[in-house]
Design a protein. Sequence first.
Length: 299
Amino acid sequence: MILVTGATGQLGNAAIQSLLTKGVPGKEITALVRDENKAVDLKDRGVRIKAGNYNDYNSLKDALQGVDKLLLVSSNEITADILEQHKNVINAAKENGVNHIVYTSMDLKDFKTTVIPYVTQVHKDTADYLKETGIDYTILDNTLYADSIDKYIGETFFDHGIFFPAAQGKLPWVPRVEMGEAAAVVLSTPRHENKTYTIAGNTAYSFEDIADMLSTILGKKIAYLKPDVETYKVGLVKAGVPEQVASFLGGFGTAIGNGEFDTNRSDLERLLGRKPMELKEFLKIRYADLIPQKSDALS
């Protein structure tokens, strides 16, 4: 039995969909969810549904009974003690005799010198704790989702350009669906125990590269503006973005600009058995509704 946490979230759901596509029967997959009403589509495909959350140890113990492999999707609850949440899942798994835990961590050059330790440190601490338990593990060091480019380039990029403080920093973006597929490969095939894999694209791209790609895709020049981080945060707050969110995004911009995510390593192609999707193709799909149609060009 494979259990996937955060099953109605985007990464957890992507992993389950990939497991089903690869032929793992739904009855051999358990989805841990907060709200069973949001998992109707999974239940319809034969997936077992268990209600529980990272803060409720008893619910975790119940859900993990009879589970052999666990995909622990890292928590994103900003106000929670995320490390304690992860420890709850790991401890409940150990108590139930789970044989293999796969954890979704973060790919970073150096956890000691990063400018966003408030985001990254919990991943290192969780991985260290998991290794200390003696349970077989696989750590998936994920780069940033290509799907998250939306929040960095903003809603007005088409008219006003990309306004983000990442300088010329590059990042090997990966679509969330391929991260889910990589997790499914590890969960459904042998010989991944006690290994760490980097889930990153083969090529790193800057926001200037993204602006150039979007210019080609959309048939319109998309400028890349490179404000300093303070100017960026002030601009967001003036536009109505909460200060905490502006600081969070600004921190990621600084980290990207520093090259913290440009680690020049990847195991994704080997796990998928094919080349990952090129970023330009992803952007073409993502922003298809903005691509001018032939009739528009002639009007």
